[in-house]
Design a protein around this ligand. Structure first.
Ligand SMILES: *Cc1c(COP(=O)(O)O)cnc(C)c1O
Length: 375
């Protein structure tokens, strides 16, 4: 094989429809990872497909320094649906770039350099975002990364209070850690983070690349916690499968962002895809379904396998099942014996991030399979 970065799995996916994907021999799989949370509306959603097709007919790309109607509409839609007073948007092409921009904006707007990040956190793989990512394996071969990053234990307000000082540009945090094992925060932690950063004049960045787009039961997890950070970063599900990232900012950040740009920022096709994705999520009350189905799935899993596994946790349709060292074996069995594609989160957790449009029957399918695999 001529590619060299991915350790590819022995299933070649050819097409998708809703919560299901099909391999090249026609075998059906329930996509319980939503292809890494990238298709919140399921595969091939009509509204997104037709928005993209219509835009392709008009123009594929125009230089980002000219406005285009699709991008302007997306800016407005994100401003309308973000927690107040966040109403400025920077668009890019991925999660790591959205975080990279957030870190640059925070340094520029505060004049400070220190970044505080969390242990077990994941923010992407470009040099800046990577420096705020916890896992050494991802960082070691590429050092030195950007300096002045301090890590604090996740969900520990006292440790955060100690780390954030008058030299701090930003605290970056996932409101629910994804890659780190599906770790929700305790009540009061995000509020405390808001207070601590505000007192120090530092920017609070919520990395919602995975928690956003309705996954945890509100369009943004920030709205569930009722905390408005200074920046929210998004990507993964934002284009329902097409590549886009966003850094949503308060005015004081946007007014002092420095000098930053990207060639493909908010091209018309991707903006049409994201616009259709966000408006469908809002109009169809998709976050409500995520909340209800998440509760149903967690409750049913607890009843069926609660005694066999170490822990079942999460918010909305972002669920982790702590199965111990056998997580990879469990994932393989789920795929090959039960036709269910799930994801790992570290070595011990089976991660479920299905499309947010799933119904009880899909959840039942997963519970039955998990019962056989870990029971
Ligand atoms: C996936 C992810 C990223 C990185 O996004 P890419 O599009 O892969 O660069 C950053 N933060 C979180 C929380 C993620 O889940």
């Amino acid at each position: 094989m001529s590619g060299f970065v991915f350790n590819e799995k022995p299933i070649q996916i050819e097409r998708g429809d809703g919560a299901y994907v099909y391999d090249d021999s026609g075998t059906e799989y329930l996509d319980m990872g939503a292809s890494y949370a990238c298709v919140p509306l399921g595969h091939g959603h009509e509204a997104v497909q037709s928005a993209v097709a219509e835009q392709l007919e008009k123009i594929t790309y125009v230089q980002a320094s000219y406005p285009n109607a699709e991008r302007t509409a997306l800016y407005d839609l994100l401003a309308d649906t973000a927690p107040d007073p966040i109403d400025k948007t920077w668009l890019c092409n991925s999660g790591t770039e959205a975080n990279e921009a957030a870190l640059k904006f925070a340094r520029s707007a505060t004049g400070n350099s220190k970044i505080v990040a969390t242990m077990q956190g994941f923010h992407g793989r470009t040099m800046g975002a990577l420096a705020t990512t916890w896992k050494n394996k991802y960082k070691k071969p590429y050092e030195p990364l950007i300096g002045d990053v301090e890590f604090v234990p996740y969900d520990d307000a006292d440790a955060l209070d100690e780390a954030v000082d008058e030299d701090t540009a930003a605290f970056i945090v996932e409101p629910v850690q994804g890659e780190g094992g599906i770790n929700p925060t305790s009540p009061g932690y995000l509020e405390a983070a808001r207070e601590i950063t505000e007192d120090a004049g530092a920017a609070l960045i919520f990395d919602e690349v995975q928690t956003g787009m309705g996954r945890t039961g509100a369009l943004w997890n920030s709205q569930r916690a009722d905390v408005a950070p200074d920046m929210i970063t998004s990507a993964k599900g934002l284009g329902n499968g097409l590549p886009i990232g966003a850094t949503l900012c308060r005015d004081w950040i946007a007014e002092n962002y420095g000098s930053h740009a990207s060639t493909f920022s908010g091209g018309p096709v991707i903006s049409a895809a994201a616009g259709a994705t966000v408006s469908t999520i809002v109009e169809d009350d998709v976050p409500e379904n995520a909340a209800a189905m998440g509760e149903y799935l967690q409750t049913e899993l607890e009843a069926a396998i609660g005694d066999e596994v170490r822990d079942i946790r999460g918010e909305g349709l972002m669920i982790g099942v702590e199965v111990g060292r056998g997580a990879n074996k469990a994932l393989k069995q789920l795929a090959l014996n039960h036709g269910i594609l799930a994801l790992p989160a570290g070595r011990t957790v089976v991660r479920l991030l299905p499309p947010l449009t799933i119904e009880e029957s899909h959840a039942d399918e997963v519970v039955e399979a998990m019962t056989e695999v870990v029971g």
